[in-house]
Write a protein that binds this ligand. Structure first.
Ligand code: DAH
Length: 338
């Protein structure tokens, strides 16, 4: 009987089950009530007791093999797709995937980060929902400053609002790190403005902050000149105009020579030859002290720019709304930019 069993194991292993009919034939031949295995189990009852242990063991192996073979074949048959039945020509080339593109805001954000990371700036982040302290008070905004007004700020509750600028991240970093600090903080910001070609209720900014001993306005100017040349081309000039921000003293706004007319005057720069791109200044000592940084020992500069504004200049986009409307005719134009 042992010989018969081993012969059957070989036979089962050699069986080819490649269709539902063959699977059924296999089942009838080996596993059904009238199948070979059942007969063998009947025969098993008649053999001598001392042989039962050995023969029983092999009989079970045979049964297990037959069942496994049948189950596996059934599973494979169920999972396989009959291409003839579906009328599909599997030799046809596939349909190409439509490749997406990066959003222009992401492209420009990455480019700006890239330029500053080459001179040692790292990226910091902060929350979009901010408290009054980080968005206003610590940045030296007086209690009656118009930016705190409901008209400009989206309040969530008393003292909690959507951040109106990325300057709040400066504070979070200074509260948690010791100088030297050299960070770049990109993020989305919100203002309660009517949406038009030139204004939106949300947009993106990048903030820069450098705090160390002996940081001067000359360092700020050189850093920004380097940035302008990297971003808009080697021939780009900058100019700084005196300005006011509560958190910097002195403060300035920076213009770059118009990248389109090279300073001659065109409709993009409204004939002036210059376009404004950012605000900057030396961090006010009050702001340093608010973050427990010794303002006698340390000085620093900060700057903030709108990513949409830089993107509009780089790609000659005339309407801010295009950046948030998800119009594929607009977005597809950036496919070639990595
Ligand atoms: N937070 C300012 C804004 O939203 C931009 C800005 C100006 C940031 C001067 C600065 C800075 O860091 O020094 O208009």
């Amino acid at each position: 009987m042992l010989e018969k069993i081993s012969h059957l194991i070989q036979e089962i292993e050699a069986e080819l089950i490649d269709s539902a009919e063959k699977a059924e034939q296999f089942r009838l031949k080996y596993l059904s009530k009238k199948g070979i295995l059942n007969d063998l189990f009947e025969e098993f009852k008649t053999i001598a007791n001392e042989q039962k242990k050995e023969v029983g063991k092999h009989l079970n192996i045979l049964k297990q093999k037959a069942q496994e073979k049948f189950d596996l074949a059934k599973e494979n048959l169920e999972n396989s797709v009959n291409t003839e039945e579906l009328n599909i020509d599997v030799t046809l080339p596939g349909e190409p995937f439509s490749i997406g593109s990066h959003h222009p805001i992401s492209i420009v954000r990455r480019e700006i980060i890239d330029v500053f990371s080459r001179i040692g700036f790292t990226v910091a982040e902060g929350p979009e929902i901010e408290d009054d302290w980080h968005n206003f008070t610590s940045l030296n905004f007086p209690p009656d400053h118009p930016a705190r007004d409901m008209q400009d700020t989206f309040f969530i509750e008393d003292e909690i609002a959507l951040r109106t600028h990325t300057s709040s991240i400066q504070i979070r970093v200074m509260e948690n790190q010791k100088p030297p600090i050299r960070i770049l903080a990109p993020g989305r910001v919100y203002r309660n403005e009517a949406i038009s070609a030139r204004a939106h209720c949300f947009f993106h900014q990048i903030e820069g902050l450098y705090i160390d001993e002996n940081v001067s306005f000359a360092d700020l100017k050189q850093t920004l000149l380097y940035f302008a040349k990297e971003m808009f081309g080697e021939e780009t000039n900058i100019r700084l105009r005196p300005s006011y921000f509560p958190f910097t003293e002195p403060s300035a706004e920076m213009d770059v020579s118009c990248p389109f007319c090279k300073g001659k005057g065109c409709n993009i720069c409204k004939g002036s030859g210059w376009v404004e791109i950012l605000g900057c200044g030396m961090v006010d000592p009050n702001v340093l002290e608010n973050c427990s940084i010794d303002s006698k020992k340390y000085t620093g500069y900060a700057f903030g720019m709108g990513i949409e504004r830089i993107s509009m200049l780089k790609y000659q986009v005339k309407d801010l709304r295009l950046f948030s409307e998800n119009d594929l005719r607009f977005l597809n134009q950036f496919k070639s930019v990595l």
